[in-house]
Write a protein that binds this ligand. Structure first.
Ligand code: GUN
Length: 278
């Protein structure tokens, strides 16, 4: 029988711990404040942004919301970021991605002061992660580490395979597993003999963005499988990068979609807002 790793429960546990911490900080006169910027009105982004604001409210973090029109210029956005960088009462700044095409995403991410970059996307934070220095860590991969640790799954010394090499998930995921003393392999669309490699994994993290790509052929008996993907199938039902029904009977533990990795991203964002860049 396999264990279902319950991201909903674990993310709630983390949020409740943070809520207590924020109350204790407030009693000492310390307040946390996150500025959330959305440019345009992409419906998926609006849902994410609202969920982030709700999580702030639950935990006791003040949130400032900037809902800017689609036509906002790059210069205007950079100016807003500059003014938030300078504000002492704001300790986190987040620009919801994607930004409209006329705005250079790299310039935006570089403009956020690294010490307020709660998404962990600034090259300074990415670099700090890769050389083992303190800094903000990208929320989704940080959430995967929490899922593993809080489910009692050992990482040190184990074969970890990351499927996907995005800047937001795959690459920082590999760095974090390495930091936890896993033996890490990163696979991607050009990898040869992909199944041979994924079948070596004690811990397989899948973040490729292809619905149900990974079936039982990709997985070793007794492996732990973490599914970062989220898609809507033809019946409008949510599914991941992993074909859950095919894979689950072969594993020791697996994350469901929804209710696995998804809720962890916001919990770790809240953690970054509360803890700062330790
Ligand atoms: N768009 C999709 N995921 C994310 C995220 O984690 N942070 C930001 N800022 N934008 C996103």
């Amino acid at each position: 029988m396999y264990q279902i790793i319950d991201g909903k429960r674990i993310s709630q546990e983390i949020k409740d711990e943070l809520k207590e911490k924020v109350a204790a900080m407030k009693a000492e006169g310390v307040e946390r404040c996150l500025a959330v910027i959305q440019v345009g009105s992409d419906p998926a982004s609006s849902v994410y942004v609202n969920n982030k604001k709700k999580a702030c409210e639950y935990i006791g973090i003040k949130s400032l919301s900037y809902e800017l029109p689609e036509e906002t210029t790059e210069a205007e956005l950079l100016e807003l970021i500059g003014s938030l960088n300078a504000r002492e009462d704001v300790n986190g700044i987040l620009v919801q991605l994607p930004v409209p095409e006329h705005i250079d995403e790299d310039k935006v991410l570089l403009a956020i002061a690294p010490q307020k970059d709660v998404d962990g996307f600034h090259p300074v934070n990415v670099g700090n992660l890769s050389i083992g220095r303190p800094g903000y860590v990208s929320c989704t991969p940080a959430g995967v580490i929490q899922l593993l640790k809080r489910s009692g799954i050992e990482i040190a010394g184990r074969e970890c395979v990351v499927l996907g090499r995005s800047n937001i998930v795959g690459k920082p995921m590999a760095m974090l597993l390495l930091r936890e003393n896993g033996t890490v392999t990163v696979c991607h669309s050009r990898t040869k003999d992909l199944k041979e490699i994924t079948r070596r994994a004690d811990i397989l993290v899948v973040a490729v963005g292809k619905p149900k790509l990974v079936d039982a052929d990709y997985v070793k008996e007794g492996a732990v499988v973490i599914d970062v993907g989220i898609h809507r199938n033809e019946n409008n039902k949510l599914c991941g990068d992993v074909d859950f029904d095919s894979v689950a009977p072969h594993v020791s533990a697996i994350t469901p979609v929804p209710g696995g990795v998804g809720p962890m991203t916001i919990a770790m964002l809240m953690n970054n807002c509360v803890e700062g860049c330790r």
